[in-house]
Design a protein. Sequence first.
Length: 408
Amino acid sequence: MIFFDYLLFVAFGIVLGIATGLTPGIHINAVAALIIAIAPLLSNFAPLCLVATIVSMAIIHIFLQFIPSIYLGVPEEGTVLSILPGHKLLLEGRGAEAIRLTVIGCFGAILTSIALLAGLVYFISTLYSIIRPSIGWILLAIVFFMVGIEQTWKQRAWGLLVFALSGLLGYVVLNSNLVPPKHALFPLLAGLFGLSTLFISMKSCQFIPAQYDVTEIKFPKQRLVKCVTFGSIAGMVVGLLPGVGAAQATVLAQQVSGRNDHREFLVSVSGVDTSNFIFSLAAIYAIGHPRSGAAVAVEKILGGLNVYELLFMISIILLTSGIAVIIALKSSKWIAKRLERVNYRKLCLAISVFMLALIVALTGPFGFLIAFVSTCIGLIAPLVGIRRTHGMGVLLLPTIVYFLTLSS
């Protein structure tokens, strides 16, 4: 009987994951907090039933979150950099290919992360103690590398300026009470990567080109394995270390890969959130500290984690990831066909108005001001012809300051 309870709660989690993944502005952390709040009302069910809901919701969300990011330009922390290459492929009629690449990255990262976890589970606490004191210097080295790979000194100067401006803005906003802390990232990322992209798209494209129906993607196996591995390792770093988020790890995965290919980039970065979630669960077992909102919810429900509960969650991850692949591919194909009939400039304008309204509703007038400033900064990179990843200074600089201060 309890087996059917588990299936029922997994199905409920899948429905929640579809809702959060496809709806901009709804985050799984908020839903996970709501599940904790109603847990006393479900005391007749085993605690692992609620855990099954949270885990299945998180996996479905991770797969589907790239659809509004790529098709609509609405960012979350884990998908923020996928907007840029994904949007480019969309405007080339290859939106379905972009989504399929993220699905490959997510599913590949699940298999890779579970394999890594099996080999490292008893060494996680040691890895944690080794990596943590050096993470600030590692991120600082990544920043210099990001700036250094620009082609000319003029572009490097612009890159450093964009990094500094976005970093200072992020440091001020994230270390103040100008807006509610839980929503502080939204106006920052929406302006730097969402609204700025939409404004440029409004100018350059009136209609979305006909989208090709992709059934197979040709990808060299060696490059595919390398991209998935980079994303999985970067996600592992996020899952184990405090203060490092999916966006920072996305930059790490991109810079370590050393490639600027849009397709390979999408495969790498799509696996970061997946790996992050798996290792944040493992962190409860190995070091007693959850590293994500969903993992915190799991820890509060169970009060800790033993190896059998960890294996239970891995089985839920494997089950729902197969379902997530089907849902992501089918829904993205359905959405792409309908976007072809829409005036894209009007759609971009409508999405921009929606995002600004949501920013005001969640963060008030200061959030609107932050979105305006971050949009202005976000427009610099495409106008002067440099990489827009320099805008990730909004999160990298505060993280670097945090870790260097911690180690001093």
